[in-house]
Write a protein that binds this ligand. Structure first.
Ligand code: G3P
Length: 218
């Protein structure tokens, strides 16, 4: 399972990278705005800064919603750095753009996916990654994890190579549940990765080991 971090915050990206388990980064226009990154030049520079911190794929989202401008914007993003994956929304022109990019060998991440049918279309169009937003489904009392399971079943039935990137992960249990289902990738906040570390018995056990060591070596 690949671990991506879902942020445009360079400090958090560095912290996750230093842990040694980071496989990539996902961003979106909201995450960029949250970090105060505005204006095309600043946004493009920020993507390059992120690529220079991590070794893996960095999703950069187009903001155009028509085919011609999605293609123009996506090609510009892909030119920025070899690690860039062009993130395209699940709309009709987005599906056309996914197919266009796939035919040109440009890697893509189809975002804002909320149904198995949308995921099937993304795979048919040759998306590298599909991003079902499980947290946002949970927010509206719909089982987000069930969507990940349905997509896994469909992709396995036909051997689609599109990787399931479980997105809108909110906490550590989402990560563990997605791993059980067999999502290829998860993207979440740093806290969802850090949470995997924690168990009270580990802390209690370590304190006892150190205490006993001190007793025997003082
Ligand atoms: O990668 C998609 C993600 O950014 C959405 O997460 O927490 O805004 O639903 P969230």
């Amino acid at each position: 399972m690949k671990f991506f971090i879902d942020t445009a915050n360079l400090d958090q990206i560095k912290e996750a990278q230093e842990l040694g388990v980071l496989d990539g980064v996902t961003t979106n226009p909201s995450l960029m705005a949250k970090e105060g990154i505005t204006g095309k030049d600043n946004i493009l520079k920020h993507y390059v800064d992120i690529c220079n911190i991590v070794d893996g794929d960095v999703s950069a989202e187009v903001v155009a919603t028509d085919f011609d401008n999605m293609v123009k914007e996506g090609e510009e993003l892909a030119e920025l750095h070899e690690q860039i994956v062009v993130k395209v929304p699940m709309i009709k022109d987005g599906v056309k753009a996914l197919k266009y990019f796939s035919d040109k060998g440009i890697r893509t991440n189809c975002t804002l996916v909320f149904s198995p049918g949308q995921a099937l279309l993304a795979a048919k169009a040759g998306a590298t990654y599909v991003s079902p937003f499980l947290g946002r489904l949970d927010d509206i009392s719909t089982d987000g994890l069930n969507l990940i399971s349905e997509i896994r079943l469909i992709y396995d039935n036909y051997g689609f190579e599109t990787q399931i990137l479980a997105a809108s992960i909110r906490h550590t249990m989402h990560v563990i549940d997605c791993a059980k289902i067999g999502a290829d990738v998860m993207t979440g906040p740093l806290s969802s990765i850090d949470g995997l570390l924690k168990h009270p018995l580990t802390d209690i056990g370590l304190a006892k080991f150190l205490e006993d060591y001190k007793k025997g070596n003082s």
